[in-house]
Design a protein around this ligand. Structure first.
Ligand SMILES: Nc1ncnc2c1ncn2[C@@H]1O[C@H](COP(=O)(O)OP(=O)(O)OP(=O)(O)O)[C@@H](O)[C@H]1O
Ligand SMILES: [Mg+2]
Length: 285
């Protein structure tokens, strides 16, 4: 999905991310401190970052309960509000480092503001801040689009700055495992593969490529696959590397299930060609 100037204006009206980004330097320091504190599990922390304060102000999140998973790019927390549980994904400042490698996904995303674009390309502090916010915001937008298209993704709840709030996938306070964490019995593994392939086909039918599709980004929740992690989603029509990304998504999915040694797997190349045909012909953007 292209980010137009209109979108940015709307964005800044909706969650004032863009009004905030010029003054983020100070906030980064706060974020860093809070993320440091939050690595101690089992405690509830006060909301010190402006992004979280913003979400608390909107009653989206009342309390962070504990870390579900801490990765190099983001930490995901189980959170509570009056509406129940949610999952809160907070991007770390470290994400900036791997931005070097996100050009392939960014390519074709239209920012629509020359000043912001220039700052991003120059890698200035303002540029890095804008870049981060756009990246996180893209995750929320794509999740919303896929959710509305009926694809099994967590229901997007809210986003502010470097934080994305979504439906918690799991039972009680127990997060659903990633398919990659499990060793399933054959029948269940077949079902998981079939659902995962089906989800990939549905994503492709919307003209999009997940860009990091594998069992690491598929949760297994009471016999149902749910796909997560969307900042790198690209639009087939506007990205010149889209074919390679699609090829890689198909291939990663097959690799994820290789350990089960299914004898009657569909041919990977045939699946790729089928999906390529679907995505080339799709009219949804
Ligand atoms: N909505 C959710 N409900 C339950 N658990 C979730 C949810 N979203 C994410 N998680 C957990 O948090 C982990 C990290 O989330 P995600 O894949 O979106 O972030 P990431 O930046 O890719 O992190 P990593 O580098 O660790 O993969 C997931 O592998 C999953 O275990
Ligand atoms: Mg992930």
């Amino acid at each position: 999905m292209k980010i137009t100037l209109n979108d940015l204006e709307k964005l800044s009206e909706e969650d004032n991310s863009f009004q905030k980004f010029t003054s983020r330097k100070k906030k980064f320091a706060v974020n860093k401190r809070v993320n440091g504190l939050m690595t101690n599990e089992g405690q509830n922390y006060s909301f010190e970052t402006s992004d979280l304060e913003d979400l608390r102000g909107k009653a989206v999140v009342d309390e962070l309960m504990f870390i579900i998973k801490s990765g190099k790019e983001a930490t995901v927390y189980l959170a509570k509000s009056a509406d129940g549980y949610s999952a809160v994904k907070i991007y770390t400042e470290l994400r900036v480092r791997s931005f070097k490698n996100d050009g392939i996904y960014r390519q074709g995303r239209f920012i629509g503001n020359a000043r912001i674009e220039k700052a991003i390309n120059q890698g200035s502090r303002t540029g890095i801040n804008a870049h981060q916010i756009l990246w996180v915001n893209e995750e929320f937008r794509q999740m919303k689009f896929l959710y509305e298209a009926g694809i099994p993704v967590p229901r997007p709840i809210a986003s502010s700055g470097l934080v994305v709030v979504m439906e918690f996938i799991g039972e009680d306070e127990e997060a659903a495992p990633r398919i990659s964490d499990l060793t399933m019995k054959e029948e269940e593994a077949r079902e998981a593969f079939s659902q995962s392939l089906n989800i990939l086909e549905k994503i492709v039918s919307t003209g999009r490529i997940h860009g990091d599709y594998s069992a690491y980004n598929l949760l297994w929740n009471k016999g149902k696959a749910v796909v997560i992690d969307f900042p790198q989603v690209v639009n087939f029509i506007s990205n010149t590397s889209a074919k390679e990304l699609l090829r890689r998504d198909v291939s990663s999915l097959f690799k994820s299930f290789k350990k089960y040694r299914f004898r009657d797997l569909p041919d990977e190349e045939r699946i790729y060609n089928k999906f390529l045909k679907i995505i080339t012909e799709t009219k949804t953007f």
